[in-house]
Design a binder for this molecule. Structure first.
Ligand code: HEC
Ligand code: HEC
Length: 471
């Protein structure tokens, strides 16, 4: 039952102090701004969630003693990465990860993965949906925790036993026993699973993981300060327009199965054909090292990290290849790397990708559109600043050729009607050179709308009269 919140907060701060966490990231992370902002209404955390909070910030639970969950999922950045790098360094500082770090906010209502999941819109036919990670390979929030702890590219613990030993040596070992039983450390598997369940309790209970404190929330619930500017409102209308942007066709804003709404995802899997994040991109600040191997492809649902939908014979077409989970768009404006491989670095770039992937593939993929080798400058947001002399268009260059037929041609990418999200939609790409579906003004408005999805919004005392999203 709800007692009062202040003691809960004071307790967690005291516990963190006890743990001797005096370094920068833990110090700033001790009181997530939004948890503090949630104020007296925040319910006290259960003992399990209190353990989860200790675990989340404990760098001793990594092979090098230098990395906690919060190192990559920083509470100051909506539990996303604190930088714009595509993929992060691991506890072993010579190794980079293979995917961009997602925000951990609003993950608690993710349904379990199902190949034949119903769509929350109640209209679209069943398709793969749900699950944790970009390929849904973790069944539950608790099971997910084992992946970063034991991944050599992330927290790099040699074994479950090493993790359990570190918990046993920690300042919160007694609290752990209180939550999970005095004999919990007698059984390594049981204790390791308890670490996962503690994190799940934290991510579920702690309001800082789902604060609903954005301007969008004030707007949707008709609260003071929630008036959208004309640009934001135009962006919202566009976001829902089936024929033009179709954004909410996948970034669904209605109620999901848990009754929560406005998460901006239907939890389905789609293949957008994101450009390969490798050294072929001129001036690429952070190519993914794994992509140096031309035979390596991260294909989402069909592997390599998920292993239950692999192509029957390597190199043959498989309808799951290239599919990644539709991400929630809450707090997306606080990110600096977008898509599963972090290849894009601004929202402007993302929306322009949707708009011109088919009409101007030379902006995104190695290509020589004129075929004459003459240099031609692309727009400032393009991934390829100029064309690649002599290259034929290498569209969908982050998928093997056999799998490229899976790439989505729904609006706005192609000509398909909004709402058709079956595996083979049968719709057409937009023709190269055709007029893109969105105007630059519409793109600017959409980006303004995405900006209202950031938590921690404080209505200004006086409404601004100048700025990008005002008029
Ligand atoms: C080195 C950086 C790093 C660390 C440390 C890290 N993660 Fe992650 N996390 C990632 C990346 C990258 C992904 C996406 C992985 C994928 O899709 O395969 C991810 C995904 C997740 C997801 C899935 C979110 C979703 O949308 O499905 C959860 C939950 C999560 N991490 C929790 C944790 C927890 C809890 C810890 C600490 C035990 C942790 N992470 C430590 C990088 C990290
Ligand atoms: C066909 C379904 C679909 C449609 C329509 C769609 N998206 Fe997406 N969106 C996705 C998927 C899937 C991803 C993840 C792709 C990946 O990781 O490679 C994504 C990723 C994003 C991201 C990056 C988020 C992140 O954290 O990296 C943004 C921003 C975004 N979409 C905005 C939009 C906007 C704005 C529109 C409308 C113009 C739109 N999307 C239309 C499916 C869709």
């Amino acid at each position: 039952m709800q007692k009062t919140a202040l003691p809960a907060l004071a307790l967690s701060v005291a516990l963190l102090a006890l743990a001797g966490c005096d370094d920068r990231s833990v110090a700033t992370a001790a009181i997530p701004a939004s948890a503090a902002g949630a104020g007296p209404r925040a319910p006290a955390l259960s003992p399990a969630a209190q353990v989860g909070q200790m675990v989340f910030f404990d760098k001793n639970l990594s092979g090098g003693g230098n990395m906690s969950c919060a190192s990559c999922h920083d509470p100051q950045y909506a539990y996303g990465p604190p930088n714009s790098v595509s993929v992060q360094l691991g506890s072993d500082p010579t190794l980079y990860g293979v995917r961009a770090v997602p925000s951990l906010r609003y993950r608690e209502s993710t349904p379990a993965f199902d190949d034949d999941a119903p769509n929350p819109d109640g209209v679209t036919s069943n398709s793969p949906g749900g699950g944790f990670m970009a390929d849904g390979r973790a069944a539950t929030m608790a099971a997910q925790v084992a992946l970063p702890l034991l991944n050599p590219l992330e927290m790099n613990n040699p074994s479950k036993e090493a993790v359990v030993k570190a918990v046993q040596r920690s300042s919160y070992a007694e609290l752990f026993k209180k939550a999970y039983g005095a004999d919990v450390f007698d059984d390594t598997d049981k204790a390791f699973d308890a670490v996962g369940s503690a994190i799940q309790a934290l991510e579920t209970e702690d309001l800082s993981f789902h604060p609903y404190s954005s301007k969008y929330d004030l707007y949707v619930f008709n609260k003071a300060g929630g008036t959208l500017t004309p640009a934001e409102r135009r962006g919202e209308v566009l976001f829902h327009s089936t024929g033009v942007t179709n954004c909410s066709g996948c970034h669904y804003t209605g109620a999901n199965f848990n009754g929560n709404s406005g998460l901006m995802t239907d939890f389905t899997y789609q293949a957008l054909g994101a450009p390969r994040n490798d050294r072929s991109i001129p001036n690429n600040p952070d190519p993914i090292p794994a992509n140096d191997d031309p035979a390596y492809f991260d294909m989402g649902l069909c592997g390599p990290y998920r292993t239950d939908h692999l192509p029957a014979t390597p190199g043959t077409a498989n309808p799951y290849c290239g599919m990644f989970k539709v991400p929630a768009l809450r707090n997306v404006a606080t990110r600096g790397a977008f898509f599963h491989n972090g290849v894009l670095h601004s929202l402007d770039q993302v929306v322009n990708f949707y708009n011109t992937r088919d009409t101007n593939p030379e902006y995104w993929y190695p290509a020589d559109p004129d075929g004459n080798g003459a240099p031609r400058a692309n727009p400032g947001w393009a991934l390829q600043p100029t064309h690649v002399p002599g290259a034929t268009v290498r569209k969908y260059n982050d998928l093997p050729r056999a799998q490229q037929g899976n790439v989505d041609e729904e609006v706005p990418l192609g000509t398909g009607e909004g709402g058709d999200k079956t595996l083979a939609s049968g719709t057409q790409p937009r023709a190269p050179g055709a007029t893109p579906v969105m105007t630059p003004e519409q793109i600017a408005d959409l980006v303004c709308f995405l900006g209202v999805l950031s938590d921690g919004y404080q209505p200004p005392a006086k409404a601004p009269t100048t700025g990008r999203c005002v008029k």
